[in-house]
Write a protein that binds this ligand. Structure first.
Ligand code: SF4
Ligand code: SF4
Ligand code: SF4
Length: 271
């Protein structure tokens, strides 16, 4: 048995219901033996990360809900000298509030910043996967059950393998923790712009735009509004060349696309 959480970023509308209901479930409530009450402020066992990229009018925003990844090889557990962190038979990683001394060694060990120190209770805390609800016979953790768009899912890893996990990604796989929260549809970087003829102040339709990085080239054509979009690019530096019949080439060298880029309204000089 191995339970996993799934997240379809394309379905998340940023409503914050998951964050809210997690607090409703855990703030002020002890769910022993898995967790003492979450404090009123300062902890987010699920945290919505908002991404806004580009610039007006080419702006995109999306949200990534982040949890403890209930890792296959939890670095938090390896760092705990009290053996207070353990993995349940169903895969959920738990900080035992009875054993935790609040020393904080697990905080920097977690590469996902999923652990919080509760100074008043002198313990470290994080998402429990709502183990108390599962033990009580519920099928889903509170946040998954409450998500109005079905962006969140939960279940047996083997059952979700074909429908979701194949083709999904995990956050920062290089950590070696083997995270068990699986994501789909995290957008890549975009480079966009609009091409126009300043002599007549009209957009140029059908201009060919090429983006090159590391020997690979992507090509798009400007649409009826003179717009072009490269979507889902990997972060990197791209050379962008715009070519339209009757106009001189326009080149942008080493466009730093570590975040979404709007190159703006681009005038082409007549050849
Ligand atoms: S409840 Fe669902 S749709 Fe709303 S923010 Fe969370 S994951 Fe996104
Ligand atoms: S995400 Fe961090 S806290 Fe959660 S199991 Fe992995 S290492 Fe531990
Ligand atoms: S699984 Fe439970 S504890 Fe974890 S974020 Fe969701 S509601 Fe909070």
């Amino acid at each position: 048995m191995a339970k996993v959480i799934t997240v379809d970023v394309a379905k998340c509308n940023g409503c914050y219901t998951c964050q809210t209901v997690c607090k409703d479930e855990h703030v002020g409530n002890d769910w022993l033996p898995y967790a003492k009450a979450q404090p009123d402020i300062g902890q987010f066992w699920v945290k919505l990360e908002e991404h806004v990229g580009g610039s007006v009018p080419k702006v995109r925003s999306y949200y990534i809900p982040k949890f403890c990844n209930h890792c296959e090889k939890p670095a938090c557990a390896a760092a705990c000298g009290q053996s207070a962190i353990y993995k349940r038979g169903d895969g959920l990683v738990i900080i035992d509030p009875a054993k935790c001394t609040g020393c904080g060694d697990c905080l920097p060990a977690c590469p996902y910043q999923s652990v919080y120190l509760n100074e008043d209770a002198a313990i470290c805390q994080k998402c429990t996967g709502c183990a108390h609800l599962l033990d009580a016979g519920e099928k889903l953790p509170r946040c998954v059950e409450a998500c109005p768009t079905d962006a969140l899912g939960f279940g047996e890893k083997s059952d979700l393998q074909d429908d979701f996990i194949t083709g999904a990604t995990v956050l920062r796989p290089e950590t070696g923790c083997y995270p068990q929260v699986f994501y789909r549809n995290i957008p890549g970087i975009f480079i966009a712009g609009a091409v126009f003829d300043p002599a007549v102040m009209e957009v140029i339709i059908g201009a060919r735009v090429r983006a090159t990085n590391g020997g690979k080239t992507w090509e798009v054509v400007t649409d009826d509004f003179g717009d072009f979009w490269f979507t889902d690019l990997a972060a990197g530096k791209y050379d962008v060349v715009i070519e339209a019949k009757g106009f001189a080439y326009k080149t942008f060298e080493k466009v730093d696309a570590t975040a979404d880029i709007n190159l703006g309204d681009i005038p082409l000089s007549r050849a």
